[in-house]
Design a protein around this ligand. Structure first.
Ligand code: EAX
Length: 328
């Protein structure tokens, strides 16, 4: 008899726990998969992990962020298309691949368009940047905020680049962006567009001589292992828009959309801060890792790429170029 009572009690308790369990987790959980191309130690990844911690806390666990680094979910072009198809919910990328989807983004790819990082951040965070992000809606993409990739410099395995003429004949990988390719072509280099995920192997196998990226990528993607020279051209500034699948975003409740914005704004400051910290010591670090680092006089490079401004005025509205170039 006693055994039966204990069994019945255990059955009632397990049913009760089961019922309580179901009612406690009645709130839906939203899982946001974030894809990007960079290494787990890069601030793209650290910034997205930070966002995941903030949003889980702010929504009491209702939003779960899963971050996929190192091109696990594909190249930046794949990720943009993934947002449109709904195979991924969020990405952080460089603006360069967006030029194929919304030409106005090309303005951020103009060589030497920003004089310093403070101006660049202020411009992309202004209504100019917001308007650019809003344009993506017609492509099924919710443009949220600009994080940062940074000023891009040239590395290669053949020679120090001290003046534009030194680029003659250098086979340099570029992002899939017409301004990037034309800018290197006009300086005498031989540009090859390539997805980031293929870049390290191409450098290792010497199918290309060089590439161009910010210091934090050169370090966290270990390009110092396959590149001898780092020349501080800082020729392009790459903002890093955080984008969501619009169809997914539009279905989220307003309080979740608000929480996402608040947490991204906080993570943006954190992510840019990480880059500032890294940039303060990376020149020494990369020299210690064996790279021959040289500064450059930017004036001859700025002069050499002036034809790009003539060539792209029209494709990019002239007034937009003026506003970005003269942003204060
Ligand atoms: O956005 O492709 C590149 O060189 C980019 O800097 C990288 O994918 C991060």
């Amino acid at each position: 008899m006693k055994k039966h009572c204990i069994f019945a009690l255990a059955l009632v308790l397990s049913l009760l726990v089961g019922v309580v369990g179901v009612s406690v987790a009645a709130e839906p959980v939203y899982t946001i998969r974030v894809g990007h191309t960079l290494a787990p130690t890069h601030p793209y990844n650290l910034g997205m992990l930070h966002f995941g911690e903030l949003i889980a806390k702010k929504t009491d666990g209702r939003v779960k962020v899963e971050v996929f680094h190192s091109s696990q979910l594909g190249s930046e072009r794949d990720l943009i298309e993934g947002l449109q198809l709904g195979s991924v919910e969020m990405t952080i990328i460089s603006t360069a691949p967006l030029a194929g989807f919304t030409p106005d983004f090309l303005v951020f790819d103009l060589p030497f368009v920003f004089a310093d990082v403070k101006t660049a951040r202020a411009c992309v965070d202004s209504e100019i940047g917001q308007k650019m992000l809003d344009q993506l809606a017609s492509q099924g993409i919710k443009g949220l905020f600009f994080f940062e990739n940074g000023f891009r410099s040239v590395t290669n395995s053949r020679r120090a680049i001290t003046k534009p003429e030194d680029l003659a004949g250098i086979k340099i990988r570029t992002m899939e962006n017409p301004i990037h390719m034309d800018s290197f072509r006009v300086m005498g280099a031989d540009p090859t567009p390539m997805a980031f995920g293929e870049l390290f192997t191409a450098l290792q196998q010497k199918t290309i001589d060089g590439q161009e990226n910010p210091l934090a990528i050169i370090d966290t993607s270990a390009f110092y292992e396959v590149q001898d020279y780092l020349s501080l051209t800082e020729h392009f500034y790459s903002p890093a828009p955080v984008l969501m699948a619009k169809a997914y975003y539009d279905k989220l409740p307003a309080d979740i959309q608000k929480a996402i914005s608040e947490c991204l704004i906080e993570s943006r400051a954190y992510q840019r801060g990480l880059l500032d910290e890294m940039n303060a010591s990376l020149l020494d670090t990369l020299a210690k890792r064996g790279m021959k680092v040289n500064k450059v006089d930017k004036e001859p490079f700025i002069k050499a790429v002036q034809p790009i401004y003539e060539q792209y005025t029209g494709k990019i509205p002239a007034d937009l170029i003026e506003r970005v170039k003269n942003f204060k």
